[in-house]
Ligand binder design. Structure first.
Ligand code: KG4
Ligand code: ZN
Length: 343
């Protein structure tokens, strides 16, 4: 029997990007994203402004996703949306929109966990990409999360380690702020680091009670003190050494992440290693992980660039798996600012 073709419209609105995508089974037909420049001048996401911008963006973004995909809304089989975790005001915009459209079109509604979606973006069908085999380890690194997961099935995640304070994306963004760079600072640190010396300055790895956990709040404070000390000697220290500072900070963060992953591989005996989340866009993380294949015999899985930072295609792939399991949300389903990885 021929498998039915399923079209899913997916919506992402957990933070400051409004996204809509259309998937035909596990293939992406369109993946539209509207970022919000407004937060750059505030040095971080302002929740109130984010929800207003989602409100403005959501209709045109969905419209564009359908047009680009060449799919009429009447051909859709389900609507998937980000239920959480994220900013409540932002989540409510996507949730309400998805509910209304599913009611209007009389098709199922599928609630998606944003963190699962980052990981399962690896299962979007691509010409050149391998899917990780179960079980695999996934280092999920974003603006809100830092986790080492053991992934045993599409819906089975075990947290082996996680941050006890700041997420790694925050370490990038807060360092960038100290350097006078706009939000989000991660991509800018990556850019300046390319021209700098990664060994110019050394920042030590913070200690954590559990060996696979992370801590980044002390790391950020160490950078603050370092900058204050150097600026006493040279008030233009940042301007004169921006590339070296960025390269050294980034190199220290990548070392911290890789040291933990080496321990996780040793403890779990699993050598299939994936990365996911916005920070997995970082060029040094991507190249260092690739080196682990040769150096340590790992098999690594690096997501396509456009599926690293927040996007709706990753919500759509989880929607597809849930559709196959007939795992549908009810009309009274709520957005949730906090969700565990297995929720
Ligand atoms: O996954 P994401 O888009 O949103 C969350 O779910 O948090 O991740 C956003 C984070 C931000 O902290 C941003 O600075 C960081 O990802 N990021 C990067 C890079 N691109 C995005 N960090 C380092 N290097 C990059 N190239
Ligand atoms: Zn995210």
């Amino acid at each position: 029997m021929k498998k039915k073709t399923i079209h899913i419209l997916s919506i992402e609105s957990s933070c400051d990007d409004t996204g809509a995508a259309v998937l035909k089974n596990n293939r992406v037909l369109s993946n539209v994203i509207a970022g919000q420049k407004i937060h750059a001048e505030y040095g971080g996401v302002v929740p109130e402004l984010a929800s207003r911008a989602h409100q403005q963006n959501i209709v045109p973004v969905v419209d564009q996703a359908l047009k680009k995909a060449g799919v009429d809304k009447n051909e859709l089989d389900a609507i998937a949306f980000t239920q959480g975790p994220g900013l409540m005001g932002s989540l409510l915009v996507g949730t309400s929109f998805a509910k209304s459209l599913s009611l209007a079109l009389d098709i199922p509604l599928i609630a998606v966990n944003h963190m699962q979606a980052h990981v399962l973006a690896h299962f979007i069908e691509e010409e050149t990409q391998n899917e990780p085999p179960f079980p695999f380890l996934c280092l999920t690194i974003s603006g809100g999360h830092t986790q080492i997961l053991k992934v045993s099935a599409y819906d089975k995640f075990e947290i082996l380690g996680e941050t006890i304070d700041d997420a790694v994306g925050e370490a990038f963004d807060k360092t960038a702020k100290l350097l006078g760079l706009p939000y989000p600072g991660g991509p800018l640190i990556d850019k300046y680091a390319k021209k700098g010396n990664p060994k110019a300055y050394a920042f030590s790895e913070p200690k954590t009670p559990k060996q696979l956990d992370f801590s980044f709040s002390g790391f950020k404070t160490a950078i603050l003190y370092f900058l204050q000390k150097e600026q006493k000697k040279d008030p233009d220290f940042i301007k004169n050494n921006l590339n070296d500072i960025c390269a050294s900070v980034q190199h220290s963060i990548v070392n911290i992440l890789m040291n933990k992953m080496k321990k996780a591989v040793k403890l779990s005996g699993i050598k299939q290693v994936a990365i996911a989340g916005g920070v997995s866009a970082n060029s040094e993380i991507r190249s260092t992980l690739k080196h682990m294949e040769k150096d340590l015999g790992w098999t690594t899985y690096i997501p396509k660039f456009e599926y690293t930072t927040d996007n709706a295609a990753m919500i759509g792939i989880v929607g597809y798996f849930k559709y196959l399991n007939q795992d549908f949300g009810k009309e009274n389903i709520l957005a949730a600012s906090r969700l565990d990885i297995n929720d």
